[in-house]
Design a protein around this ligand. Structure first.
Ligand code: HEM
Length: 321
């Protein structure tokens, strides 16, 4: 059988490629000859993926809880993949930056709209049982969630609002002492750090500090200002960053808060048993006012941050009961 001109051309190109690298093309062709065909299940490591659900109890709805957390962490990983591409781009343009933030927004949109899987997708009775076998673990310990925040904004924006002004020119290490989430997962009764929080800090502090330093000039805020200063038209980018601010700091936290309210609010004994944390004071966005891009909002918008939403969420939940 004769080779078509296209195949001959490809073989020539391959020969050039391998010669340039000092490699023997015939050996690589041998490799092709014996290599197995790729399958879908091997390519995406499907068997491994589907073996990663190990409930701690025989209660059926626990599997839903595990899988939805895993789905969320994969979406967080997709977000961080985009964060890295933006931060490490050698010649960042507004168009590239905007397109990639759009992707992150699509991921957060998927996460926000799918949260019903948690809010309505498990039996409360089952949840309250299996949750007790998972202590002191909490989604609070999601390191990727905190990394997205570090990539998205200037580190000072993640400092608790009571300390932000004072620590404006402090070092990253000093600012980290007052990062907002150290005021969550604290014991309601004593105000002390819970084991959940202590373990989280022990595992991730060094990684967070390193990332914060790496992103000091390449977080989204810093990059936005650099592009703006270069005279580029940043209006489309500003729009996507505003959406991101709302997704990460209002909409996702509220979808999540809805779950906490549904499963934990009604029974003070069970609330205490989650580790007795201050979640009711800590989780609602209107209390925290986490805002990545204050320069993209007016004072009224920041004043009202998360308020209307919280009220409407609470009303819907009350009318369901
Ligand atoms: C029924 C479902 C859920 C309930 C009842 C719930 C409850 C809570 C509570 C009470 C907290 C406050 C910290 C604590 O007291 O432990 C918290 C924090 C958190 N949870 Fe969940 N959670 C649920 C699902 C999820 C899911 C699916 C994720 C996805 C990874 C998640 C991620 C987080 C994160 C990132 C925080 C920290 C939020 C912040 O610092 O503002 N949670 N959760």
């Amino acid at each position: 059988m004769d080779f078509t001109p296209e195949i001959k051309d490809k073989l020539n190109q391959l020969q050039q490629k391998y010669t340039a690298m000092g490699q023997d093309m015939a050996s690589y062709l041998d490799g092709l000859l014996y290599a197995d065909f790729l399958t879908y299940w091997d390519y995406i490591h499907l068997d491994t993926l589907l073996s990663l659900q190990s409930p701690k109890t025989p209660i059926p709805d626990e599997e839903i809880f595990i899988m939805y957390h895993q789905i969320t962490e994969l979406y967080f990983k997709l977000c961080l993949h985009e964060c890295r591409q933006i931060a490490e781009h050698e010649n960042l343009t507004v168009a590239f930056f905007t397109a990639r933030v759009k992707r992150i927004n699509a991921y957060f949109n998927a996460l926000t709209t799918s949260f019903e899987v948690m809010v309505d997708g498990m039996e409360k009775e089952q949840f309250l049982k299996f949750r007790m076998s998972l202590l002191p673990a909490s989604g609070f310990q999601s390191g990727q969630y905190r990394m997205i925040e570090i990539c998205a904004t200037d580190f000072i924006r993640l400092v608790d609002k009571s300390k932000r002004e004072e620590l404006k020119t402090a070092t990253i290490e000093e600012q980290f002492e007052y990062i907002y989430w150290k005021f969550g997962a604290t014991e309601l009764a004593s105000g002390k750090q819970t084991l959940t929080l202590k373990q989280f800090i022990k595992k991730y502090a060094a990684q967070f500090l390193q990332l914060a330093k790496d992103r000091s000039l390449t977080n989204f805020s810093a990059l936005f200002h650099q592009l703006q200063a270069s005279g580029a038209d940043v209006s489309a980018l500003a729009e996507e960053l505003r959406k991101l601010d709302l997704y990460v700091n209002v909409e996702w936290p509220l979808s999540h808060y809805k779950s906490a309210v549904r499963y934990l609010e009604k029974d003070p004994v069970d609330v205490a048993a989650t580790g007795g944390t201050n979640w009711q004071k800590y989780l609602p966005p209107r209390f925290q006012k986490r805002i990545f891009y204050p320069f993209l909002w007016n004072n009224d918008q920041m004043e009202e941050w998360g308020k209307g939403w919280v009220l409407s969420v609470l009303k819907t939940l009350k009318s369901k009961d």
